[in-house]
Design a protein around this ligand. Sequence first.
Ligand SMILES: Cc1cc2nc3c(=O)[nH]c(=O)nc-3n(C[C@H](O)[C@H](O)[C@H](O)COP(=O)(O)OP(=O)(O)OC[C@H]3O[C@@H](n4cnc5c(N)ncnc54)[C@H](O)[C@@H]3O)c2cc1C
Length: 300
Amino acid sequence: MDYDVIIVGSGSAGLPAWMYASRYKLRNVVIGKEPGGALATSHKVENWPGVLSASGKEIMDSFAEHAVNSGSEILQDTVSAIEKTDDGFKVITTNKEITSRFVVLASGNTYRKLWVPGEAEFLGKWVSYCATCDGNFFKNRDIVLVGGWNTALTEALYLSELCSKVYLVHRKDTFRAEDIWVDQAKKKDNIEFVLSEEVDHIQGWFYLEEVVLKSGKVLKADWFFVAIGSDPSIDLVKDMDPQTDDENCLVVDKRQETSVKWLYAAGDVTTNSNKFKQTIMSAAEGCLAADSIHEDMLRG
Ligand SMILES: Cc1cc2nc3c(=O)[nH]c(=O)nc-3n(C[C@H](O)[C@H](O)[C@H](O)COP(=O)(O)OP(=O)(O)OC[C@H]3O[C@@H](n4cnc5c(N)ncnc54)[C@H](O)[C@@H]3O)c2cc1C
């Protein structure tokens, strides 16, 4: 066996799991294709305790530095497969095959995109997939939010408390969100429903200027939120048939263990974070996974 534990993903959950695994002197390695994960793509973060304001990359660089100082290895590589063996796992990357008794899956999730011109180009500047993360930067401004499920409606309500105006764009004339959220949104003077409309493109120069709809209608706004859901990155373990919830997140117990023996998971890929996808949650779950594995190792 090459390692006690292999951590897949070098983001908000993977790096703290790595730090704790090293402190517990578990033989471990973290494998990640994009150092820093999702937070590293954010231009400004103001809700990481102890740091009033910094870029996501600065925060994630400090996570990595802390983990490296605790010892152990980081491998910048892509995991192409994880196979269950009798005594643990075989992890196959683009460059090598390694084995371990435990795996922590911390592979994050992928926000669903609209794939409209301007969206990818201005991500992190004036395009966002997370109102909790970025809403505060847009106090007293006008914003456009796209979506029709619970997330979109609850984010519209949250943003309506901060922003001057919320345009809620939805491609149908009815919502799939629960009625309670729709009713509350309808009572807000500053939420304008833009129904049976789809976004064609967004444009601006230093700042967002216009959201252009397929009908030709133009919405003037300062920020663009996409709230059409996300997909947890669980393909690597699908063949093990782990228990998942109705949003395809891995179900974990209080110790972060999945329904597959010795397979742990942490961060946005799990049910726990699903309700509140934030770095603070992911970091805590990563630490807890490493702590639980240490406990398992002590038990023998
Ligand atoms: C633009 C943006 C802004 C945000 N702002 C905030 C904020 O202000 N505050 C806040 O608390 N949260 C914020 N979030 C949310 C926060 O970033 C996430 O909740 C958090 O990063 C989730 O951590 P994670 O470790 O589960 O996933 P991630 O951080 O996404 O890490 C997943 C890692 O797994 C790697 N990976 C996936 N598949 C493989 C594979 N096959 N092989 C190797 N590696 C793989 C990825 O490359 C990545 O490094 C923001 C998110 C975004 C997108």
